[in-house]
Design a protein around this ligand. Structure first.
Ligand code: FE
Ligand code: FE
Length: 190
């Protein structure tokens, strides 16, 4: 790991709650493994994985306040589903607080929760790493997505978007339109 990554890791170990930090490290190394598999830049994958949840250093209400203060625009559905806000805020913090200038890394952080149609390989890697990292509790279909992730990543994206949508709907929760668009795009790709 580069000096810069070690410093970011140290900072996050203080700012994030213990399980969030453990999850972060899981995503970082899972993203690196997927980068190895798909010939993507390993340092970029480590960086995006490490920072993907940096926006979760404070509760949702404060995340919204911070977004207002920093001039980060939030969509209707983001305000209804505050769990999504940390992704946008995280990309902002990665750029302005942690000095990450690489657009690809910042976009991978932005889209890690909902995915989006036609993602770059790095975006798919972070999206999937977040879903499959080893600390994730077993849910139906997870082992299949874990296997697919290293075989056909587009199919893994499709499956995880599908089960996220189903999980939210079954729980009577709103589904972000972007997650639906992600699912529809990768369903057609199959
Ligand atoms: Fe997240
Ligand atoms: Fe995460």
């Amino acid at each position: 790991m580069t000096e810069q990554l070690l410093e970011i890791k140290k900072d996050l170990s203080k700012k994030l709650k213990k399980d969030r930090f453990e999850h972060t490290i899981g995503v970082m190394y899972t993203a690196a493994s997927l980068a190895m598999r798909y010939g993507e830049d390993i340092q970029k994958a480590l960086t995006a994985g490490l920072l993907h949840d940096c926006g979760k250093f404070c509760p949702a209400k404060e995340q919204i306040k911070l977004c207002r203060k920093k001039g980060i625009e939030l969509t209707e559905s983001e305000l209804e589903m505050p769990a999504l806000i940390h992704a946008k805020l995280g990309a902002y913090l990665a750029e302005h607080e942690y000095g990450i200038k690489d657009r690809e890394i910042l976009d991978a952080i932005t889209y890690h929760t909902t995915g989006c149609p036609d993602m770059t390989m790095l975006e798919k890697i972070v999206y999937i790493a977040d879903y499959i990292e080893p600390n994730r509790a077993e849910i139906p279909g997870l082992s299949e997505v874990r296997r697919l992730a290293f075989e056909e990543i587009d199919q893994a994206v499709c499956r995880s978007a599908e089960s996220t949508t189903r999980y939210l709907r079954d729980g009577g929760k709103a589904v972000d339109p972007m997650t639906v668009r992600t699912y529809n795009f990768y369903k057609k790709e199959k």
